[in-house]
Write a protein that binds this ligand. Structure first.
Ligand code: IPE
Ligand code: IPE
Ligand code: MG
Length: 247
């Protein structure tokens, strides 16, 4: 049975989040510059997005650039921003063809202007697509996002439109960048690192975590299937006992 056939289409995660890591090490292993690792990561993005859309997954969030990544050498930051612009420009037709809606989370105001404009155009163009949402986390970190949410709540309280009784988990979720999305049920990280690196801290409270040694540029459709198969073999208990779960 092929890997794809082992997947139960009725028990897919509604939202998969991916920490795309290991581009630099991939390049270094080959004696190449780090930037080439990033360039070669684009194929992995394509494979992942296509595989997810074909399976019928509704949301995929890719961690493309963190708040902390701004501290990398300037030439690497520039190269990543240029790669983002050229990739969006190239891929927007495929997004339309595959009926994929593009969205972003993060502090987009920090992005270079051409990057920002390119993204906004692609978001606008794809906004009525309904097959899947591809959500790019750019200049994103969970602590930044939660801080923003708290600022919004404080402003509402100051304006007299929010009382402490009205502060619920739903309210907190609604103030995050992911307000319109379900929480990720599966989070994948490549490159063998076992950490979250400031990604979706609130939203992954009950996500299943999947780690693979594969470096991001080597990650392919079959590796994505492996992650889904692993997810489907797990028992998600949400604090209950195994006996309480109806299978
Ligand atoms: C992930 O690969 C891409 C970004 C963080 C932008 P890295 O560039 O972190 O690669 P490693 O972890 O150094 O190998
Ligand atoms: C996390 O990878 C951010 C992205 C994948 C965009 P990093 O390579 O920046 O994370 P650390 O430094 O290993 O925690
Ligand atoms: Mg890394």
């Amino acid at each position: 049975m092929s890997k794809q056939d082992q997947i139960d289409k009725n028990r897919l995660p509604g939202h998969v989040a991916v920490i795309m890591d290991g581009n630099g090490r991939w390049a270094k292993q080959k004696g190449l510059k780090r930037v080439l690792g990033h360039q070669n990561g684009v194929k992995a993005v394509r494979d992942t997005v296509e595989a997810a859309a074909e399976l019928g997954i509704q949301f995929v969030t890719l961690y493309a650039f963190s708040t902390e990544n701004w501290k990398r050498p300037q030439y690497e930051v520039n190269a990543l921003m240029e790669l983002l612009v050229s990739t969006i420009r190239k891929e927007v037709k495929t997004l339309m063809k595959n009926e994929i809606r593009l969205q972003t989370i993060g502090n987009l105001r920090e992005l270079p202007k051409n990057c920002y404009t390119e993204l906004m155009e692609a978001i606008e163009l794809t906004r009525n697509n309904t097959r899947m949402t591809l959500n790019l986390a750019l200049s994103y970190s969970a602590r930044w996002e939660i801080t923003q949410a708290m600022k919004k709540a404080a402003a509402m309280a100051e304006a007299g439109t929010l009382t402490s009784e009205e502060v619920t988990e739903e309210l907190v979720s609604s103030l995050l960048c992911t307000a319109d999305m379900p929480d990720p049920e599966l989070m994948i990280r490549t490159s063998g690192e076992h950490r979250i690196s400031n990604f979706l801290l609130w939203q992954i409270a009950y996500a299943e975590l999947y780690f693979t040694e594969k470096l991001w540029p080597d990650f392919r459709r079959e590796d994505f299937y492996d992650a889904i198969i692993s997810y489907q073999r797990r028992e998600r208990r949400f604090g209950l006992t195994s006996e309480q779960i109806v299978h």
